[in-house]
Write a protein that binds this ligand. Structure first.
Ligand SMILES: Nc1nc2c(ncn2[C@@H]2O[C@H](COP(=O)(O)OP(=O)(O)OP(=O)(O)O)[C@@H](O)[C@H]2O)c(=O)[nH]1
Ligand SMILES: [Mg+2]
Length: 220
């Protein structure tokens, strides 16, 4: 008897479209990062802080995933960057087909680095690859240090974990060493960095990581 599980079928189809996106992006020599986190961890703030450090050297494009509004896309547009807004209309994550449409709307010949802000959600985005080169996760210290063990999938699927809002550490009960240890138990190759989009701490180093990643993938 053949059985098909709807979720599995969806994810297989998504994987096929993600592979097409990856080929398409690679033909254009674009390096793509998929930013994921719970709502409000600081994805848009991170883009706003990071893009000015990269734009002298690289042409940046952004895809903004949002449930309902254009607010984040407007924050990025104010930087004078090519941005495409995907409103998912309530769907809790971006999928490869949505990104495929965005790739047709953007001028890919004018982009070196594509930054995708996924919908704020700690679970669903990790289940859908988009054709990205790496997944970057943000966890803000106001969310609690128990999140790696409670929501392991996103930690497992990411290459980099940015611990954001470290300016708030003295005000919250967040054991940063415990969070790092438990995240590494889930994913030993996770690169963990501390940042603050408020004070700018760690942001230069993070932009440096993107530059090195770009060079590794595409040459200088
Ligand atoms: N204190 C402090 N606040 C921050 C920091 N980074 C972001 N914020 C604030 O956190 C709130 C949410 O930031 P956003 O950048 O909108 O977060 P987001 O992840 O893009 O949110 P969604 O798109 O809704 O998922 C805003 O009020 C930011 O000003 C930080 O490092 N420190
Ligand atoms: Mg945002």
């Amino acid at each position: 008897m053949h059985e098909i599980h709807v979720g599995e079928d969806l994810r297989n189809k998504n994987r096929e479209i993600a592979a097409e996106n990856r080929d398409h992006l690679s033909e254009h020599r674009i390096v793509t990062l998929n930013l994921m986190s719970a709502p409000g961890a600081g994805k848009t703030s991170l883009l706003v802080k990071t893009i000015p450090l990269l734009e002298d050297k690289y042409r940046i494009g952004v895809i903004e995933g949002d449930l309902q509004t254009n607010r984040d896309a407007e924050r990025i547009e104010a930087l004078g960057i090519q941005v495409f807004q995907i409103q998912t209309g309530g769907v809790c994550h971006l999928d490869a087909a949505m990104v495929h449409s965005a790739l047709h709307a953007l001028d890919l010949s004018e982009i070196d680095i594509l930054l995708i802000e996924n919908v704020g959600n700690l679970v669903c985005p990790a289940e859908f690859e988009l054709g990205e080169d790496a997944r970057i996760m943000l966890l803000s210290v106001s969310e609690g240090d128990d999140k790696p063990k409670k929501y392991p999938l996103m930690f497992r699927e990411s290459s980099v974990l940015l611990l954001n809002k470290i300016d708030l550490l003295e005000h919250v009960d967040f054991d940063i060493e415990k969070a790092k240890r438990e995240a590494l138990e889930i994913n030993p190759s996770l690169e963990i960095r501390e940042v603050s989009c408020r004070t700018g701490a760690g942001i230069d180093e993070w932009a440096g990581w993107i530059e090195r990643f770009y060079t590794e993938r595409k040459g200088s």
